[in-house]
Structure formats: structure tokens, C-alpha cells
Design a protein around this ligand. Structure first.
Ligand code: NAD
Length: 478
């Protein structure tokens, strides 16, 4: 379904994010016929560049980051024609009237702040000061949204000076993933799961985001944040919320976000013994985390595993285990919901018995698997075996099926449609920091050092213990 025609200004239009995600994503939606041809995309950045220069940059980025079989020369040329550029310093006064002239009346206006958060205030102020933004305009902001509660509050306050909450789209691209949205469909459009979706039937939940890459190249930047700030506070928290939240009364932005907020507020503080932090060591001819961070004494974690309890009626007694790290064995993201044992086994040979697990894979091969027990086929008597009920999207869509849109493209289209359901609200972000801050302060105060782990492993040994001592096991990272 096409969106309305729009004027989208990308501040930071020449930057890495614009080149890798925003411009390729817009091209793919244009190719899919979702962007009307009278829409305009305006790059705005500090670099001194003309329209032709920006179009060349965009074309090169699209050719580099979009799959070759999706490049259609005629469509690409038509898309590139929609692009123009203004040279603007977020902190300066030049360029704003040129930008204002480009903006059309009666067209959706969106401003993507793909620049450092320290410039958000300057941009917001100038967009208003020059009469470029109005009460229907939308702004899109990127992570990191603060580095603690105080800075997140400050950012919210800076934006709130010129924009209402209903105009602010805080991107967490995990929420744009197909499987993540499908999780809500599975939970709330089926009667099958909801009755079991509580501590009475769910033993525990595991959320894993494992990467094979290290921080090489951006080590100095990463070293100021670490896995807790970079992954847990935002992406993993959002996943946890979607699993744990109560059914919203409607699939509506505030109804959904109200329920997520309640989950965050119900999270227990995490005890020091329920956290394991790690740093990858050197190996396979590559430097370790500290080499990449450029600080031989760095205490920033490139890996974290933790156990958190949710103190509410539904989840009391069902721990959520979260882990994420870099330079691990495989690149995989999944949520696994492990159900409890049946109350009584009627089978003599229960040897083959395994728990039911609902596995939601975010990558690779987005999809879901429900592990169920069946009788092992054949004449061997009643022997049990576990098989997956496979719901991979590739199968659903068929081999010739439409490409699954990338998270960014879907979210940008939601901005144009004015739908905030998949964007974080200011109070949600603050609540997440309010939970995160004491955890980080705790290990800083205690002077905890992360444990080393081998590259290509599944993390520090101690992380295994985090589950073993509860009589549980992490799922294999593969
Ligand atoms: P980048 O350094 O590659 O690009 C920054 C852009 O901002 C450039 O276009 C630059 O010209 C422009 N810019 C810098 N100072 C400016 C000023 N004073 N006035 C106007 N324009 C100015 O950065 P990036 O990687 O594209 O990241 C942009 C934002 O997105 C950052 O907030 C970053 O944290 C966030 N982000 C990036 C990624 C990513 O994959 N690159 C992922 C998530 C979030």
C-alpha cells in the first residue's frame, strides 16, 4: 500500500547510517511501489556538496548495499531524481532558508536526525526558528538515546521544547524486524499460546543476541558504552517487553507502549551474582577487546549475561535470561520460551522427553519453531522424540515470495504513515535507563572486571554457571 507523498530531510545524509541503511531502504520501498513518485528526499549535512554530488553518493551506496537482483536501472534513475541536497551546519545559520524553500505545503514532512545526539537540540531549535517544522512534522532519532537516565531525560527535554511526543519517532530497529512483529501476531491472534503464557507454564525465557564481529574499527567509541548500554538497555529490553507484556486493548501505539512500560517498571533490580560480564581475548590472529578499544586496562564489557525477574502476577517465578556478546561462535539472535514439564508422565520410557520450546529466530532465517514431542516413528514401541513445527518465513512466502523488508525501511514507512507503534516512547526509554543505571553503577562501584573469553566461543565459563546453578542450560549458539 503506497504511503502519502512526503518530503523527507535526512540530516547526516552523507553519513554511514544514511549510506548503509536509510538510502538503500528508501530505494527498496520505491522499487516496491510504496513511495509515490512525487516524494522528495533531501540530504542535509555539513559537507559542501551539490545535488549531483549527493545523487552520486546515494547511487553508489544503493549499488553497494542493495542486492544486485533488486537493482533496476530505470527505477534507480527515477529514485535518484527524487534526491537533492542542502549544505547545513546543525549549529550554524547557513542553508536553512534554502531548505525551507524546498519544503512543499500540504505534504508530510519528516526529519531524520542521523547525526550525533549532541546536535538534536540544535536541529530542533533551528527547524522551528526558521519555520520549517510545523505541528504535523515528524522527527526520527537514532540510538543511543542517552547513556544513562540523566542524559536521556535531558534529550527528551531538549526535543520536547519544540516537538510533541506524538511527533518524535525514536528508532529501535529491532522493533522493525518481521519476526518481532510476528511475535505479537502469534501471541495475540491465536488462542493457543496465551493460556500458557505465564509462570505457571513457562519455566524460563532466554534471549540471545550473539555476534561474530568484534569492535575493531569503532573500539574507542564502543568502549564508552559496552554491551549493557549498546544492546541490553534498548534492543533486548524491547524484546523482553514484547514477550512479557499484557495484551494491549488494541494494536495502537499508546496501548502497546503502555503495556511495555508496565513490564519495564516491574523488572527487579539485578543482583551482582546474577550478572556475568566478559571481554573477548586475542586469538585467531586477531587482537582482543582491549587492543581494539585502545585501552589495555579497559573494564568495558563486550559480553554480558544476566538473569532478571519480573515482579508481577504473570511472571513471578519465571526468570528471563539475557545474553549478548561480540566475537562469539555464531551470529544468531533468538528468543526461546521454555515450557514446564507436564505434571505427570504416562509413559514408562520418558528418556526421549524434552521440554516444549517456542524458538523465535530473528536471525538467521527469520521464523519460529515450536519444539513438540511425538512418538518416534516405527515399530520400536512408545518411544518419544522431539520435532520442530517449523514456521520459517521463507516457507510461508515461498521461494518466489516478496523480499522481507528490512527493519529500517519498514520503520521509515511507519514514520510517513504517522504510526508510532514500533517506536519507543520517551517514558519507556527513561524507565529502561532507570533499571539499567543501578546495575552499571553497581559494577563500577565494586570495581568489577569483565572475565576474558575466547573468540569463537559462547562466552565466559561463568555465564554457563549462571544457568547451571538454577538447573538450566543455555541453548547452543550456532
Ligand atoms: P557518521 O559520522 O558516519 O555521519 C554523521 C553525519 O552527520 C555526516 O553526514 C556528517 O556530515 C553529519 N554532521 C556531522 N556534524 C554535523 C553538523 N554540525 N551539522 C550537520 N551535519 C553534521 O555517523 P553515522 O554512523 O551515520 O551515525 C549517525 C547517527 O546514527 C549517530 O547518532 C549514531 O549513533 C546513529 N547510529 C548509527 C548507526 C550506524 O550503523 N552507523 C547505527 C545506529 C545508530
Amino acid at each position: 500500500i503506497p504511503v502519502d507523498p512526503f518530503d523527507l530531510v535526512i540530516f547526516g545524509g552523507t553519513g554511514d547510517l544514511a549510506k548503509r541503511k536509510i538510502l538503500p531502504g528508501l530505494y527498496r520501498r520505491f522499487l516496491a511501489g510504496q513511495i509515490p513518485s512525487d516524494s522528495a528526499i533531501i540530504g542535509a549535512a555539513r559537507a559542501d556538496m551539490d545535488d549531483a554530488g549527493f545523487r552520486d553518493l546515494a547511487r553508489a551506496a544503493i549499488v553497494e548495499f542493495v542486492a544486485a537482483d533488486r537493482i533496476d536501472d530505470t527505477v534507480l534513475a527515477a529514485f535518484i531524481e527524487r534526491l537533492s541536497y542542502v549544505s547545513i551546519d546543525a549549529q550554524g545559520s547557513g542553508g536553512w532558508s534554502a531548505l525551507k524553500k524546498k519544503m512543499r505545503k500540504n505534504t508530510v514532512r519528516a526529519f531524520y536526525f542521523s547525526v550525533a545526539p549532541s546536535l538534536f537540540g540544535d536541529l530542533a531549535e533551528r527547524l522551528h526558528g526558521h519555520g520549517i517544522a510545523d505541528e504535523d512534522s515528524r522527527i526520527v532519532v537514532e540510538k543511543p538515546f542517552g547513556r544513562d537516565l540523566a542524559s536521556a531525560r535531558e534529550l527528551n527535554a531538549v526535543l520536547a521544547r519544540h516537538f510533541a511526543e506524538g511527533q518524535i519517532y525514536r528508532i529501535d530497529h529491532y522493533l522493525g524486524k518481521e519476526t518481532v512483529q510476528n511475535l505479537m501476531a502469534v501471541r495475540f491472534a491465536n488462542i493457543l499460546f496465551e493460556p500458557l503464557w505465564k509462570s505457571e507454564y513457562v519455566d524460563h525465557v532466554q534471549i540471545t543476541v550473539a555476534e561474530t564481529v568484534g569492535v575493531d574499527g569503532r573500539g574507542a567509541y564502543y568502549d564508552k558504552s559496552g554491551a549493557m548500554r549498546d544492546m541490553v538497555q534498548n534492543h533486548m529490553m524491547q524484546l523482553l517487553c514484547l514477550i512479557a507484556m499484557e495484551p494491549p486493548y488494541h494494536f495502537d501505539p499508546d496501548a502497546v507502549r503502555d503495556e511495555k512500560l508496565k513490564v519495564i517498571r516491574a523488572l527487579d533490580p539485578v543482583l551482582p551474582e546474577d550478572i556475568v560480564r566478559g571481554q573477548y581475548l586475542a586469538g585467531s590472529g586477531q587482537g582482543g577487546y582491549r587492543d581494539h578499544a585502545g585501552d589495555a586496562a579497559s573494564r568495558t564489557e563486550s559480553y554480558i549475561a544476566l538473569k532478571v525477574n519480573i515482579s508481577n502476577w504473570r511472571w513471578k517465578g519465571t526468570p528471563f535470561y539475557l545474553r549478548t556478546g561480540k566475537r562469539l561462535r555464531a551470529r544468531t539472535s533468538e528468543i526461546a520460551i521454555t515450557f514446564r514439564e507436564p505434571p505427570h508422565s504416562i509413559f514408562d520410557d520418558a528418556e526421549g522427553w524434552r521440554e516444549n520450546v517456542l524458538v523465535i529466530r530473528l536471525q538467521p532465517n527469520e521464523g519460529m519453531n515450536l519444539m513438540v514431542m511425538i512418538k518416534e516413528p516405527g515399530p520400536g514401541g512408545m518411544r518419544l522424540t522431539q520435532v520442530p513445527l517449523d514456521m520459517s518465513f521463507a516457507t510461508v512466502l515461498g521461494e518466489e515470495g516478496e523480499d522481507i523488508p528490512d527493519a529500517y525501511e519498514r520503520l521509515i514507512m511507519d514514520v510517513i504513515r504517522g504510526n508510532q507503534t514500533l517506536f519507543m516512547r520517551g517514558d519507556e526509554v527513561e524507565a529502561a535507563w532507570a533499571w539499567t543505571d543501578p546495575i552499571i553503577e553497581g559494577w563500577e562501584k565494586r570495581g568489577d572486571r569483565p572475565r576474558g573469553y575466547d573468540p569463537g566461543s559462547s562466552g565466559p565459563e561463568d555465564a554457563l554457571m549462571l544457568m547451571h546453578r538454577d538447573g538450566r542450560r543455555w541453548r547452543e549458539i550456532r
